[in-house]
Design a binder for this molecule. Structure first.
Ligand SMILES: [Zn+2]
Length: 277
């Protein structure tokens, strides 16, 4: 079955991962800009990272028949450094018009600090001024509920935001309804340790339905599994979901969201049905 992984950090993964993902049916990925595991020392380091995301990684992915798209931003962790963040934000427009850049992300909160909120709001403003989609990272564990509510409040109080153009990612059982009630897309991250397992993701789908929801592996340099989307497909099948429902969740829904981007540049191997069919 064809699938899309809409949130995966392929710059941290090996070519063997691309081979395994392609064999399992992965036809496209989208890669948000995030923390590298260390704080970068200058805006030039981000310029190089944005070149990696927009030039090198799509070419590497294409060798394995995986289409690679990306998101650009300064992540919440490094947003603590406000002056560096502003230098990076000023540079992002230079890169936004590159092919396959889907929007601004993954922006959001990490520890829910004042500086993080400032930089989150400035990047939301950039996305609105440049007519970009937004991908939002919500905090981990104990900070998640409060951070998600703060993020949803900031977004819903901005009249320019169209909720169908925003994806709130890393939702869990206790946060999913805040994002969905406000009309946003939601993403469930299938992590081996924190966040959500395939079984918990299926529980949430059974409870909340299949509209405006998607899943991802968020595979990165930490404990994570780039093969968690095929795991989810197996779990959905084992729990009796039919092929069209699974296809909608792992293929059509991420594409429906991404196709709104100005520079969406993927020709899907199967067409995406109009919403509601
Ligand atoms: Zn991420």
């Amino acid at each position: 079955m064809y699938y899309i992984d809409p949130h995966i950090h392929m710059v941290s993964r090996t070519t063997d991962d691309y081979v395994r993902m392609a064999r399992a049916g992965c036809v496209a990925v989208s890669e948000p800009a995030f923390w590298a595991g260390f704080d970068r020392g200058s805006s030039q380091a981000f310029a190089d990272y944005f070149r990696q995301l927009t030039e090198y990684e799509p070419a590497r992915a294409a060798q394995f028949d995986v289409h690679h798209m990306c998101w650009l931003c300064i992540n919440a962790k490094e947003a603590e450094n406000v002056s560096l963040s502003r230098e990076v934000i000023a540079m992002i427009p230079e890169f936004l018009d590159r092919p396959g850049v889907l929007g601004v992300g993954e922006i959001g909160l990490n520890k829910n600090t004042k500086n993080e909120v400032t930089i989150f709001e400035e990047q939301v403003d950039l996305a609105m001024k440049t007519n970009e989609l937004i991908l939002v990272h919500t905090p981990h564990l104990q900070d998640k509920l409060r951070g998600t509510r703060m993020i949803v409040d900031i977004l819903t109080s901005d009249a320019r935001i169209q909720p169908e153009r925003v994806l709130i990612d890393h939702v869990e059982e206790h946060t999913i309804q805040y994002a969905r009630e406000a009309g946003f897309w939601v993403g469930m991250t299938l992590y081996p340790t924190t966040k959500c397992t395939p079984d918990r993701a299926v529980d949430m789908i059974e409870r909340h339905g299949t509209d405006r929801i998607m899943a991802n592996s968020a595979g990165d340099w930490g404990p994570s599994n780039p093969m968690n989307m095929p795991e989810l497909i197996r779990t959905l099948r084992a729990r009796g979901h039919d092929a069209m429902t699974i296809h909608k969740l792992v293929y059509e829904n991420p594409l429906r969201f991404m196709m709104q981007a100005r520079r969406f540049n993927f020709s899907p191997p199967l067409p995406v049905r109009p919403e509601g069919q």
